[in-house]
Ligand binder design. Sequence first.
Ligand code: SAM
Length: 278
Amino acid sequence: MGAETRDRLYWEERAKLMGPHAGGYVDPVKYSYEEKVRRRLFQQMVHLWQGMKVLDVGAGVGNWCFWYEVSGCQVTGIDFSEEMVSLAQEQALERGSKVQFFRRAIEDWEGSQEEFDVITAITVLQHIIDEGCFERAVANMARLVKKGGHIVVCEAVGHEDRLEGKYLRIRPQERYHFYFGRQGCRLVEGKGVRYQAYLIYDLYMRLRRSIVSTLKKEAPPSLLPVTSERWKRMGGGNGRVGNLLLRLSGAVDRLIGHLPWVKKRFCKVTMMLFERTL
Ligand SMILES: C[S@@+](CC[C@H](N)C(=O)[O-])C[C@H]1O[C@@H](n2cnc3c(N)ncnc32)[C@H](O)[C@@H]1O
């Protein structure tokens, strides 16, 4: 089985189990919190305009594509998972959206050159485990963006190259600078967040779920597949304390994010903006 196929099967399976939540987490509240943080970072870096041609790589169920479309952009979304593309197309139909979704692996896509004003990959390149595929993905993104156009990637970066589980490769940020630099793209800006304060939130949520199931004298329900019904049975959302902890996480992260031990030990979700200069 090739590297691309192995990675893809994981996403096909995930799309079947999680449906419209497949691009994010089992905990939809936590996902929407992270999305807000990512979108704020994105808005600080990129100005979207009417008619701008945007390509979203690894579009998943299309969340970011629909968001770009609201600003008047002409959007194309690609994803190598057939299931994800079907889910995105269903969403597009429901919303009356004009976003075009195609099934493509970015490393193998031979689309025409210099086509897009902006290309984005939001938590995608970190899931390309094979280094050769990663390099080809970067080269294709650089080829498809117009000269003077921008590439935005948002990925987990760390102190050193390491695998977390089977499908997340945390690379040093310099690796991104190096590969994009080699393709004629210079780094304009890079901003990141650590979500370490989540640990407290996650612990609290686990505790809350087990208390709820003990009180109900039931085994904790399986989280997958994700449906709003299951989510309710897991304890009825996050509750006031959960939501407060989530809100506090941002402030705590900013405080502890500067500690050398935290920097060394934990990865950082980083939004990098590159400009194609050559
Ligand atoms: C974590 S999800 C992110 C989805 C979306 N960008 C978002 O933020 O909601 C990663 C997505 O990237 C897709 N993907 C991973 N590797 C890819 C590749 N080499 N080419 C195209 N899509 C890929 C997966 O199928 C999955 O839908």
